[in-house]
Design a protein around this ligand. Structure first.
Ligand code: DP6
Length: 353
C-alpha cells in the first residue's frame, strides 16, 4: 500500500473596509486598486482544508467542498496547484532524499462553517486555506507574503486571508504580479476590541459573481475610473492612519463611504448590478440611527457582493450596536440559526495538524 501524505489547516474570512473591485489583469487577478480588510475569527467563519497526495490516488486532482465534488480544471485552481507544485519540485531537485510529492495527484477536502458564496467571502477563506494546506503538505518554506501571491491567483481577496488582524493588499505595478501582495497593517492585538456583527439577509448564492460583476463595472462605469485612481488611494491612507490611531470614527466613516462608493459603481454598471436589497438598506438606516443617538460614529456597515450587512463596532458599544440589531431582528433563521452572528477579529495562526 503506497503511502498517503496529508496536512490540514484553517483560514478565516476577511471583510474588506476598502473594497477590491476591478482587475487590470484577469488572468493573474491583478487589481485596479489596493484594498484593506479585517480578518474575522476562525472560531466563527472559516474554511478547514485537508490536502493529501499519494502515488496510489487516481490520476486526476480532486477537490471536495462541503461534501460536493468541485471542478478543479478552472484556470484559477490550476494556477495555485501549478505554482505550489513548482515550489515543491525545486525542493525535490535540491534534495534527492525527499519524496516526489510534486508528481502525485492531490486530493483536497474543504469544509466551510458558513453558507458558501452568499457574499460572505467564502472564496477568500477557501483559496487561502487551499494554498496553505498544500504548502504545509509540501513543507514549503514560503512566507505568508509568498503564499498571498499564489492565493491571489485563486481569488483576489484570498490573499488577505493569509494574515490576521488588519490587512492590506498592495495593488502593485509589475505585470507579472510579483508586487501585488498582502501585508499586515496591524495585528488584531493592536485594536483587540474591534467586533463585527453579520446580518445574514440571505444565505442564497449571489446573483452576479464578483468576477463577472467587476469586469462589467470596469468596462462600463464612468464613476469607476475616479474611484480607482483618486478615491481609493486617498482612503487607503486615511484607513491605515485610523487603524494606527485606533480612531473608530475615522475607521467607521471611511468604511461606510467606501462601501457606498463600491455599490454606486455597481449601480453605475451597465446593465446595473444590485447587490443591496430593502433589508440591506434598512440595516443602513439602523446604523445611521445608532450613530445619531450616540452623537458619533460607533457602528459602521459594509456590504460585499451580496445583501448581507457586516457591521463593525467596538466591544464597549456592544449593547447599542449588536444589542439593537438583535432586538429589532429577533433570533430568526440565517447563518448558525441566528440572523445576527456576533464575531471577533483574529490573528491568523498557521495551524498544522
Ligand atoms: C466585493 O475576491 O471574490 O468582496 O478575484 O474574482 O475571485 P475574484 O473576486 P473576489 O472579490 C471580492 C470583492 C469584494 C470586495 C473585497 O473583498 O475586497
Amino acid at each position: 500500500m503506497a503511502e498517503i501524505y496529508r496536512a490540514s489547516t484553517t483560514a478565516p474570512v476577511n471583510i474588506a473596509v476598502i473594497k477590491y473591485w476591478g482587475k487590470r489583469d484577469p488572468k493573474l487577478n491583478l487589481p485596479t486598486n489596493s484594498s484593506l480588510s479585517v480578518t474575522l475569527s476562525q472560531n466563527d467563519l472559516r474554511t478547514h482544508t485537508t490536502a493529501s497526495c499519494s502515488p496510489s490516488y487516481p490520476k486526476e486532482d480532486t477537490l471536495l467542498l462541503n461534501g460536493s465534488p468541485q471542478d478543479v480544471s478552472g484556470a484559477r485552481t490550476q494556477a495555485c496547484f501549478r505554482e505550489l507544485r513548482a515550489l515543491r519540485k525545486q525542493l525535490e531537485d535540491s534534495d534527492s532524499s525527499l519524496p516526489k510529492l510534486s508528481s502525485f495527484p492531490l486530493k483536497i477536502v474543504s469544509e466551510n462553517n458558513f453558507p458558501t458564496a452568499a457574499g460572505l467571502a467564502s472564496s477568500a477563506a477557501g483559496f487561502a486555506a487551499l494554498v496553505r494546506a498544500i504548502a504545509n503538505l509540501y513543507e514549503l518554506p514560503s512566507s505568508p507574503t509568498d503564499l498571498s501571491r499564489i492565493a491571489r491567483q485563486g481569488s483576489g481577496s484570498a490573499c488577505r486571508s493569509l494574515f490576521g488582524g488588519y490587512v492590506g493588499w498592495e495593488q502593485g505595478t509589475a505585470t507579472d504580479g510579483s508586487d501585488s501582495i498582502a501585508f499586515q497593517v496591524a495585528p488584531a492585538s493592536h485594536w483587540p476590541n474591534m467586533r463585527a456583527v453579520i446580518l445574514v439577509v440571505s444565505a442564497a448564492k449571489k446573483g452576479v459573481s464578483s468576477t463577472t460583476g467587476m469586469q462589467t463595472t470596469v468596462a462600463t462605469s464612468s464613476l469607476f475610473a475616479a474611484r480607482a485612481s483618486e478615491t481609493v488611494p486617498r482612503r487607503m491612507q486615511e484607513m491605515q492612519k485610523a487603524i494606527q490611531d485606533k480612531d473608530f470614527e475615522a475607521f467607521g466613516k471611511v468604511t461606510m463611504m467606501d462601501s457606498n462608493s463600491f455599490h454606486a459603481t455597481c449601480l453605475d454598471t451597465y446593465p446595473p448590478i444590485f447587490y443591496l436589497n430593502d433589508v440591506s438598506r434598512a440595516a443602513i438606516k439602523i446604523v445611521e440611527s445608532i450613530n445619531a443617538a450616540a452623537g458619533k460614529i460607533i457602528a459602521a456597515y459594509t456590504f460585499d457582493a451580496g445583501p448581507n450587512a457586516v457591521v463593525y463596532y467596538l466591544e464597549e458599544n456592544e449593547n447599542e450596536v449588536a444589542g439593537l440589531f438583535k432586538a429589532i431582528l429577533g433570533e430568526k433563521d440565517g447563518w448558525k440559526g441566528e440572523r445576527g452572528a456576533k464575531i471577533k477579529t483574529s490573528d491568523v495562526e498557521n495551524v498544522r495538524e
